[in-house]
Design a protein around this ligand. Structure first.
Ligand code: NDP
Length: 322
């Protein structure tokens, strides 16, 4: 396993991390989750990601139970706050929800602190200043070691850093954006000034576009699979044409390129993310141990992605940000 710094921060994360979205508490019970996490740890993963909203808190509980007994120094645990449940003060990034939300997450995780705490989405109803000062209080209280944002605009992150500097408080050090061969604009264009000026790190999500880039959906939606289980995601992918003929044609070409390179399409898609030095950790997800074994071997494929291969991928997807 390779370990990377989180941007300019000192903490080191495995280049491939392991997340719990849709899987823990949904597809995977505690026994299956334990097998998957143990396999990931055995292969060198130290970074585990969850959120208060995943399976309504059950993903955090399972994560905590599985990691209980593991030396705390050996793992980096992230959680995310925003969607805490029904009711006016259980969502968003108000001081109230963040203060109560972190306590709920730590209780479910059975931990004294998380390493990374994310604001899961921007909250246009709450002043950024309130959020920045609340996150500063949480980090100073020792309940989180670093904080960051997920899917915030570069302008909002810049404003958060400005406010933190003005008040001499702890700034965000990491963003968690989607990043894969289909979705690359934010990481490769919008956030570049943030990486360069502030040394922001990136823990990126859905490297396989929920499995689409493995080629498993080329002949329809197989059972069992994420898109078979999650109707809303299937509808969303249909709407944005990820399941249409044009994307299928591109994925087919990606699969052919992977075969030429002697790897699987999943490994090629993951290696493509890993090749970007701005990425601190590529968060993977899996419903089965075999997927973890296949995906973590992507590190061995990175060297095969020379400029010619990268150009061919650019040509297939035709979406390289200007
Ligand atoms: P992926 O895009 O890699 O999708 C993972 C899913 O794809 C698996 O659960 C599995 O689903 C399928 N899959 C994985 N590997 C293979 C393989 N080798 N062959 C075939 N199918 C495979 O990542 P996620 O979307 O899960 O994102 C990773 C993590 O990022 C999440 O767990 C979460 O922690 C985080 N995240 C953060 C978000 C945010 O807003 N900050 C949003 C989304 C995710 P199946 O077998 O069921 O088809």
């Amino acid at each position: 396993m390779e370990y990377r710094r989180l941007g300019q921060a000192g903490i080191e994360l495995s280049a491939l991390g392991f997340g719990t979205w849709i899987t823990f508490g949904d597809q995977l019970d505690i026994k299956a989750a334990k097998s998957c996490m143990s396999k990931a740890r055995e292969l060198g993963v130290n970074f585990f990601d969850t959120a208060e909203s995943y399976a309504d808190g059950v993903a955090e509980s399972i994560t905590g139970q599985v990691l209980a007994g593991v030396r705390r120094e050996d793992i980096v645990v992230a959680t995310k706050l925003f969607w805490g449940g029904e009711g006016p003060n259980r969502t968003g990034l108000s001081r109230k929800h963040l203060t109560e939300g972190i306590d709920g997450s730590l209780k479910r995780l059975g931990m004294e602190y998380v390493d990374l705490l994310f604001c899961h989405r921007p909250d246009p109803e709450t002043p950024i200043e309130e959020t920045v000062l609340a996150m500063d209080s949480i980090v100073r209280s020792g309940k989180a070691l670093y904080w960051g944002t997920s899917e915030w605009s570069a302008a909002s992150i810049r404003e958060a850093v400005r406010i933190a500097r003005e008040y001499r408080t702890i700034p965000p050090v990491v963003e968690q954006p989607q990043y894969n061969v289909l979705v690359r604009e934010r990481v490769e264009r919008e956030y570049i000034p943030l990486f360069e000026e502030f040394g922001i790190g990136a823990t990126t999500w859905s490297p396989l576009a929920s499995g689409l880039l493995t080629g498993k959906y080329l002949a329809g939606v197989p059972e069992p699979s994420r898109l078979a289980n999650q109707r809303w995601l299937r509808d969303m992918y249909t709407k944005n044409d990820f399941l249409g003929r044009e994307t299928a044609g591109k994925v087919k070409r990606l699969c052919a390129l992977a075969a030429e390179l002697g790897c699987t399409p999943a490994q090629l898609a993951l290696a493509w993310c890993l090749r970007n030095p701005r990425v601190s950790s590529v968060l993977t997800g899996a419903s089965r141990i075999e997927q973890i074994e296949e995906n973590l071997a992507a590190l061995e494929v990175v060297d095969r992605l020379d400029n010619e291969v990268i150009d061919r991928i650019d040509e297939i997807f035709d979406n390289r940000p200007a």
